[in-house]
Design a protein around this ligand. Structure first.
Ligand SMILES: [Zn+2]
Length: 443
């Protein structure tokens, strides 16, 4: 079959539905592939390659799926692990990633029933998973079989154990810190621009048990600082933290159930409006209890800096403002935590926050056209505020517009000299120039 014929067939099959996808992609040579998955010993794990094929005119090297080849970590450092849920069953997910027209992939997919792991993209390569090219090029993506609004039922003990074993293995291999600014959900990935905020995903959602998962990574939330310290880790008991969220796409209330998410209000009252991510609602309209509305929720195991306290309530710095969460005396919704925070350097009224850590324009070769630089998101860190953070975010842009390296500079990693650090500005992480902030131990 010529490439054109294959493309026409692929286009026809893509419209015919998921079943037809079995006819596409490299599944036909299962068993013949010598690639071994990168998994820890003792984990049930296999290799099913994601598609890496052109899907348009053969002369058009820019139309292809579903990932980019690279030479990580020799070029781009691998600094983040992004957890997702599939919104499809396991087998369908594998077929989607084998279909180059779907323009999506992940390094690993974890099955709900038994925790089986399938690797689909080599860790040296860049999977198309995070919705942020900077994060894609510096991360490994892991898909959990599940449907976020279905609640915790997909997220089985076998799945938690497998994903945790895999994350521990990858973190050790690539030197990734086991904290919530590097082990993030898709809901923790920043947009690359302010206008892109509304397109960001929110999986694995409020019913992924982050307390349990971080404990399986060997990082349980325990007090490491005196009570009433500046820095806290959000730590509600998953089963007791019963929340009423809504599936706003379908327009139905979800059953009240245990959750990782704690609602954030604009004042210390359950009647006060919910907080909203100003990037998501630039008109300043209040947040909602939609499961998808990440701006009104902080998640278990995320850290925050305390901005104020009144009996039964704690305010944290959140997207540049105070957001209030219920902290009744008899519960442990927050745990005092030792660690680093970032704040504007003395004399700075505010510092910009970015969703990428790209080089400066002047650092690219003059004859390179695609000189990608970061643009500030809508939030800033103002004098008097601080946010958890300070971990290294590598500075660099990976140029990969085509399937092969036939054009100049394709598959080049451009390093930048400016140092960036991560910051937990709200529900999602972001990046600030290290020269803009002081990184200090929380008081
Ligand atoms: Zn996702």
């Amino acid at each position: 079959m010529t490439p054109q014929q294959r493309t026409r067939l692929a286009a026809a099959l893509a419209t015919a539905g998921a079943l037809s996808m079995t006819l596409l992609g490299p599944a036909t040579h299962a068993g013949a592939d010598p690639v071994r998955p990168d998994c820890p010993r003792g984990l049930a794990c296999d290799w099913v390659p994601a598609a890496h094929e052109q899907t348009g005119d053969p002369a058009d090297k820019e139309t292809y799926g579903n990932y980019d080849t690279s030479d990580r970590p020799r070029t781009n450092k691998i600094r983040f692990i992004v957890l997702h849920d599939t919104e499809e069953d396991f087998d369908t997910t594998l077929k989607i990633f084998q279909n180059p027209l779907r323009q999506a992939s992940a390094h690993y997919v974890v099955r709900s029933s038994d925790g089986h792991v399938t690797q689909m993209v080599k860790n040296k390569d860049v999977a198309w998973q995070a919705g942020n090219w900077y994060v894609n090029s510096h991360s490994i993506g892991i898909e959990q079989e599940g449907v976020a609004v279905d609640g915790a039922k997909w997220y089985t003990p076998e799945m938690y154990r497998s994903t945790a074993k895999l994350v521990r293995h990858l973190a050790a291999e690539y030197g990734i810190p086991l904290d919530r600014q590097h082990i993030i959900g898709h809901d923790g990935v920043p947009p690359t621009t302010a206008s892109g905020t509304r397109n960001m995903h929110w999986d694995p959602g409020p019913y992924w048990d982050w307390n349990r998962f971080m404990a399986l990574l060997g990082r349980p939330t325990v007090p490491t600082a005196p009570a009433r310290g500046e820095l806290v880790t959000i730590s509600p008991d998953f089963k007791k933290n019963k929340q009423a969220f809504r599936d706003c796409e379908k327009g139905v209330d979800l059953p009240v159930q245990g959750s990782s998410a704690v609602p954030l209000h604009t004042a210390p009252s359950a009647d006060a409006p919910l907080f909203s991510d100003p990037g998501l609602r630039p008109d300043g309209s209040p947040g909602t209890n939609c499961a998808a509305d990440w701006g009104s929720k902080i998640s278990a195991t995320q850290r925050a800096v305390v901005a104020d306290r009144v009996p039964g309530w704690t305010a944290i710095w959140w997207y540049g403002q105070k957001a209030w969460l219920r902290t009744p005396a008899h519960t442990r919704t927050t745990t005092p935590t030792a660690g680093y925070v970032v704040r504007p350097k003395k004399g700075r009224a505010e510092v910009p926050v970015l969703g990428v850590a790209y080089p400066e324009k002047s650092e690219y070769p003059a004859d390179f056209a695609d000189q990608r630089v970061g643009a500030p998101l809508g939030y800033t860190i103002k004098a008097g505020q601080s946010y958890p953070g300070g971990g290294e975010a590598p500075t660099g842009y990976f140029h990969a517009p085509t399937i092969d390296a036939s054009y100049p500079y394709v598959h080049t990693y451009f390093r930048g000299g400016e140092r960036y650090v991560t910051v937990q500005i709200g529900h999602r992480i972001a990046f600030v120039k290290a020269s803009d902030v002081d990184i200090v131990r929380a008081r």
